[in-house]
Design a protein around this ligand. Structure first.
Ligand code: T4K
Length: 369
């Protein structure tokens, strides 16, 4: 039995000596930020890897979300999910937009398309769904609603790096998709993010917005922000990309061991694997049902007592935080599935360096209960 603590995730760090040549190159270039060579190269390589045409890199996913809303000039009300990280709704509030919470589907834990229409008002201008845990939303159904009501769609795709369906990247859906490259994500640049753009013109507008609105030395066309990714972050991304397939393969292995080991446990519900999908195994969420001998919080504590630091993503719901809970759409009665999921969810550790020994230690704790 190992006494090493295990966290919900840990960044994958390639050998340090592999990063040194990138740093030497930055030192030689003396370009540290503002769309330097590492930044340009990473945009190119990410387009190729993800199978998308246009990408704009950012200093983090939250600034990318804020900018995506600005780029599409979204105003009024936006329909979104309460079952996410707070950055999703905060990006709306920071833009003076009212989030309208709609409940999630009990199988995918993503926005339930059947409940969206009832929440549309004359003020609604867009939908912001989240591909939670990297599992794709009901993209076709959401698109149909958006088309019918002339709404924009901005996907919070913070968890969905590299996810593909039979037609290609999941990031091609909607008007824009926003990625996070935070240290806790499948692909990380320490801090970072990106917007996937449908065309060169949109990318250009976003590139201006992330650079204070500057078009050239003397021309500012919009009240932009500083959302630029630095050269060190971009360089780390280039190095990560060289290792990403190996890192994803280990994640897949861990996912299948968990599924194998946990499937038979009464009261532990797994989120189903999505058939034809190329998944990224970014999280391993399980739902602790009433017929499991421990409550979710007791299991969380039991794991913690044994140095396994699982996380309850996403508890509490966004709609329960003080700046949201007074809203009509935040009422518990409007969000029964989200509340139920938030009370049962626990995300077990999954990351490339998680050893088989640690993995078996975790599954044994769940089983021995
Ligand atoms: N939309 C969605 C749906 C998101 O999930 C997120 C971010 C965003 C938007 C916004 O994107 P960014 O602006 O962050 O790019 C973490 C992350 O801070 C956050 O990025 C992420 N979602 C969220 C789901 O999780 P915490 O508060 O749980 O992180 P923390 O620091 O407790 O880390 C969790 C575990 O990871 C630690 O126990 C140990 C390990 N860890 C963490 C860090 C930061 C490391 O081993 N090394 C590290 O450097 O929020």
């Amino acid at each position: 039995m190992s006494d090493k603590p295990v966290f919900v995730t840990q960044p994958y760090l390639p050998p340090l000596e592999e990063f040194v040549p990138y740093l030497e190159q930055i030192w030689a270039n003396k370009i540290l930020t503002n769309g330097g060579p590492m930044h340009q190269q990473l945009e190119k390589e990410l387009c190729a890897y993800l199978g998308v045409e246009h990408i704009a890199l950012f200093n983090n996913g939250t600034i990318a979300l804020l900018t995506a809303l600005q780029a599409l000039r979204v105003t009024g009300e936006v329909i979104t999910t309460p079952y996410s990280f707070v950055a999703t709704s905060h990006s709306l509030l920071w833009n003076g937009i009212k989030p309208v919470f709609v409940d999630i589907d009990s199988h995918t834990l993503n926005l339930d398309p059947a409940k969206i229409e009832a929440a549309i008002t004359p003020q609604t201008t867009a939908i912001m769904p989240v591909h939670c845990y990297g599992n794709p939303c009901a993209v076709e159904a959401i698109q149909k609603i958006a088309d019918n009501y002339n709404l924009r769609i901005i996907y919070d795709a913070a968890h969905a790096f590299g996810v593909k369906d039979s037609g290609g990247s999941i990031l091609r859906y909607g008007d824009l998709s926003v990625l996070s490259f935070h240290a806790t994500k499948v692909f990380n640049t320490f801090e970072g993010g990106a917007i996937i753009c449908p065309d060169a013109k949109t990318k250009q507008r976003i590139d201006h917005l992330k650079n204070f609105g500057f078009v050239d030395e003397v021309t500012v066309v919009a009240p932009g922000i500083n959302g630029k990714m630095s050269e060190v972050n971009a360089a780390f991304g280039l190095l990560q990309l060289k290792h990403i397939d190996r890192a994803l393969a280990r994640r897949r292995e861990i996912d299948s061991i968990y599924r194998e080991e946990l499937r038979g446990i009464k009261g532990i519900r797994l989120i189903e694997e999505a058939g034809q999908l190329k998944a990224n195994y970014s999280y391993f969420p399980v739902l602790v049902e009433a017929d499991y001998p421990l409550s979710r919080d007791e299991l969380y504590q039991r794991l913690k007592d044994k140095d396994v630091f699982a996380r309850r993503y996403f508890y509490p719901l966004i709609s329960e935080f003080p700046m949201y809970r007074g809203m009509v759409s935040a009422q518990r009665s409007n969000l029964p599935v989200s509340h139920s999921a938030a009370e049962k969810i626990i995300c077990l550790p999954i990351y490339p360096d998680l050893s088989d020994e640690s993995l078996h230690r975790i599954t044994s704790i769940l089983k021995e209960v």
